[in-house]
Design a protein around this ligand. Structure first.
Ligand SMILES: O=C1O[C@H](COP(=O)(O)O)[C@@H](O)[C@H](O)[C@H]1O
Length: 255
């Protein structure tokens, strides 16, 4: 059974999300200066919340041990980093760049694992190689994976529908090239469910009215054709959902 956390105030959601991440960091590092915190993040609306939770929240920021963080991306769009569609590019502009000078001091940042940008635009062989290379960089398991959920129920770049079964049915490889994303750009790489299954903690963050119908489908109907539901079914006991009031509008209060 998954844990559900719902918030009526944006500020509380942001703070509690930061506290949740901090708790997982502290568990992973256990006060050991040589340990690392392996975390994977998603793109889209996640970036702004990460910035507000981890960089501008004065009660969280001083406790984040950035140099010990190893950050990976749950999915990435196969575009140059400077493109607004790049998950890394967006994370860099929203979180990493401001982090460096936050609090009027020079802050050491995390180690961030990106795809091999030099291979972008190289066609099928290069796209497969990007996925294989990224796969080879992943740790044996993540301390925390932060997921989003699209209004169609996709998570990472695992989309619902038979044409995407090649992504959700993969059991061996950890990262795949998604060649037919229904949302642009069509070429992406994505974690497979195998990576999520091995993670120690998994957390979804979903906000906004546009998500209320899909949240009902995922959390109440539990439509097994949706990749986000597959995550809940596979590893429910280690999954926490953070929802704002709008996204949770159709979820009964007693859930
Ligand atoms: O395409 C993507 O969408 C999902 C959901 O994004 P959101 O902006 O609706 O929260 C995201 O988790 C994924 O990383 C991204 O590539």
């Amino acid at each position: 059974m998954v844990k559900l956390q719902r918030f009526t105030k944006e500020k509380t959601l942001v703070h509690e999300f930061g506290r949740y991440i901090l708790e997982k960091q502290d568990l992973a590092l256990a006060g050991n200066d040589d340990a690392v915190f392996n975390i994977a993040i998603s793109g889209g609306s996640m970036n702004q919340v990460l910035y507000e939770s981890l960089v501008t929240d004065k009660n969280i920021f001083p406790h984040i041990k950035w140099p010990q963080w190893r950050i990976f991306f749950c999915d990435e769009r196969l575009v140059p980093f400077e493109s607004p569609q790049s998950n890394y590019g967006q994370f860099k502009r929203t979180v990493l760049d401001p982090l460096v000078h936050e609090d009027d001091q020079l802050n050491l940042g995390p180690t961030v694992y990106t795809i091999n940008e030099s291979l972008i635009g190289g066609g099928e062989t290069a796209n497969k190689k990007i996925a294989e290379e990224y796969d080879s960089l992943l740790p044996a398991s993540f301390d925390l994976i932060l997921l989003g959920c699209g209004d169609d129920g996709h998570t990472c770049s695992l989309f619902p529908g038979v044409e995407f079964n090649y992504l959700v049915e993969e059991m061996d490889r950890k990262v795949l090239w998604c060649y037919n994303s229904p949302k642009p750009p069509k070429d992406r790489i994505t974690f497979t469910l195998t990576v999520i299954a091995e993670a120690k903690n998994v957390c979804f963050l979903v906000k906004g009215f546009a998500k209320k119908a899909i949240m009902h489908d995922v959390l109440i109907v539990k439509n097994g054709e949706l990749p986000s539901v597959l995550v809940n079914e596979m590893v429910g006991t280690k999954v926490t959902w953070f929802l704002d009031e709008e996204a949770g509008a159709l979820i009964p209060q007693n859930c």
